[in-house]
Design a protein around this ligand. Structure first.
Ligand code: SF4
Length: 133
C-alpha cells in the first residue's frame, strides 16, 4: 500500500528542519508514522550539524583552504546524487549541503579536505598531512 505524503511544513518538522526540540520532532514522527505517512530521513540536530561544520572548517583551514577542481566537485556531486542519504540538495547523514550551486566558499564538495561520512567518495588529502596541489 502506498504511504500518504506529508505537506511541506509537516515534512520539515519531521525531518528536524525547524527550531523545535528533538523530543518534539520524535513525537511528530511517531504521530505521523502511526497515521501511515511516509517520513523523511531524520537530519542531525542543529548542534551536531554545527559541530560537523566546525570540524570540517578546521580541517579545511589546516589544509590551507585548498579547494577541489571542478571535475572533482562534479565527481563528488554525482556520487552524492546517487546516495540514499542525499535529500533536498543536502546530506542527511552529516547535515551538510552538498549542492554544486552553493558558494564554493562554504560547499563541502569543494573543500579538498572534506570527507563523506559514509566514505563513498575518495579523500583527496588526509587532514594533518597537507600536500601541494
Ligand atoms: S556526503 Fe556521502 S553520505 Fe552524504 S550524501 Fe554524499 S555520498 Fe551520501
Amino acid at each position: 500500500m502506498k504511504k500518504k505524503q506529508l505537506r511541506p511544513g509537516q515534512w520539515r518538522r519531521c525531518a528536524g528542519e525547524t527550531d523545535i526540540s528533538m523530543g518534539m520532532v520524535l513525537r511528530w514522527r511517531k504521530h505521523f508514522a502511526e497515521k501511515g505517512y511516509e517520513l523523511p530521513p531524520l537530519r542531525p540536530p542543529w548542534q551536531r550539524r554545527a559541530r560537523n561544520f566546525l570540524q570540517a572548517l578546521s580541517k579545511h583551514a589546516y589544509d590551507l583552504f585548498r579547494r577541489c577542481s571542478q571535475a572533482q566537485i562534479d565527481e563528488r556531486l554525482a556520487i552524492c546524487q546517487a546516495c540514499e542519504y542525499y535529500v533536498d540538495e543536502g546530506c542527511v547523514k552529516c547535515g551538510c549541503k552538498v549542492s554544486s550551486r552553493k558558494s564554493q566558499l562554504i560547499s563541502k564538495l569543494a573543500w579538498r579536505s572534506s570527507e563523506c561520512p559514509e566514505k563513498k567518495w575518495p579523500v583527496l588529502v588526509y587532514p594533518g598531512k597537507p600536500k601541494d596541489g
